[in-house]
Design a protein around this ligand. Structure first.
Ligand code: C2E
Ligand code: MG
Ligand code: MG
Ligand code: MG
Length: 287
């Protein structure tokens, strides 16, 4: 009887493996078609300055509007897009859409000088030799100033032993685009690259904010002090309650994003937020 069960289990395992492979191949095909049919849609999560909660921008977070299936979150497709190189074309669409959104907000006089949109740039996209010229062209075509953009990169990118990295980062900075390190502290954090590269912002990963009531607190404090010593600013991600926001404020964190304020919003909802803000009179501080 045990033998039989064993055999069953083996068959189930085999079927699972096959199913996984089929799923992966299907997903890859679907991703190709998603790029061809422009099925990626940006959502925008508001970022607020501390301690006064002024809106200072958004992070563009991609979703895949898959026919028949609805909104697919990036956790389900970014890794495969990265492995297959499809991320390069996807990132181009994310950048294009971000600039379209900024242009849209400019047309309605909602895009004040202090607002910046952060775009996530994966390793493959960062190494794309066309990244800079594509950025330049898109910004120009849409009449968008590079000052409205921040690029979020990961620690992993900075660890590669390539001399092109400093060159690319310097070129990005020269345009007035800001550079942010995403999920700071979760990778191979090295103090060496922080002083070597022209980084503006450290994003404190949600996992540390989550653990602020226990051992995450000293990590968050250390990252903020580090940033202050290096003349960088900090954005905490994934703050879900007001206690976390209070603690982040007390520690001198510069800005925060998270469900405590807002999830990522559709273009329409983000536009509405900007409109409410401008009708409240908070918007006209910089123009
Ligand atoms: P990330 O860049 O660290 O983005 C933050 C993630 O945390 C987002 O998930 C956001 O919705 C989520 N988040 C923010 N505040 C809260 C909160 O209070 N509670 C909880 N539970 N979650 C919160 P999302 O949109 O699912 O994105 C996941 C990851 O996918 C991103 O992590 C980023 O690494 C990647 N990603 C998203 N869009 C893009 C993109 O356009 N290009 C690339 N290369 N990667 C992207
Ligand atoms: Mg990010
Ligand atoms: Mg992040
Ligand atoms: Mg994160």
């Amino acid at each position: 009887q045990a033998k039989e069960r064993g055999r069953d289990r083996y068959e189930v395992f085999g079927a699972d493996m096959l199913q996984m492979t089929v799923k992966r191949v299907n997903l890859e095909n679907d991703l190709h078609s998603a790029i061809d049919h422009h099925q990626f849609v940006n959502y925008y999560q508001p970022i607020y300055a501390l301690p006064e909660y002024q809106l200072i921008g958004f992070e563009a977070l991609v979703r895949w509007v898959k026919p028949e299936e609805g909104l697919i979150m990036p956790g389900e497709f970014i890794d495969l897009a990265e492995e297959t190189g499809l991320i390069v074309a996807m990132t181009q669409q994310v950048i294009q859409q971000t600039c379209e959104a900024i242009q849209h907000w400019q047309n309605y006089d909602l895009m004040t000088d202090d607002l910046r949109i952060a775009i996530n740039i994966s390793g493959q996209s960062f190494r794309d030799p066309d990244l800079l010229s594509m950025l330049d062209q898109t910004l120009q075509k849409m009449f968008v100033s590079p000052h409205h953009l921040t690029l979020e990169i990961t620690e992993r990118i900075l660890l590669e032993q390539s001399s092109n990295i400093l060159e690319t980062l310097t070129q990005i900075k020269a345009r007035g685009i800001r550079l942010s390190i995403d999920d700071f502290g979760t990778g191979y954090s090295s103090l060496k690259y922080l002083s070597k590269f022209p980084i503006d912002i450290l994003k404190i990963d949600k996992s540390f904010v989550d653990e602020m009531s226990s051992n995450g607190h000293s990590i968050v404090r250390t990252i903020i002090e580090l940033a202050q010593n290096l003349n960088m600013s900090t954005v905490a991600e994934g703050a879900e309650d007001s206690w976390q926001v209070q603690e982040l404020t007390a520690l001198g964190c510069d800005a925060v994003q998270g469900y405590a304020f807002s999830p990522a919003l559709s273009l329409a909802a983000a536009t509405e937020l900007l409109m409410t803000r401008s009708s409240n009179g908070i918007a006209r501080t910089s123009s």
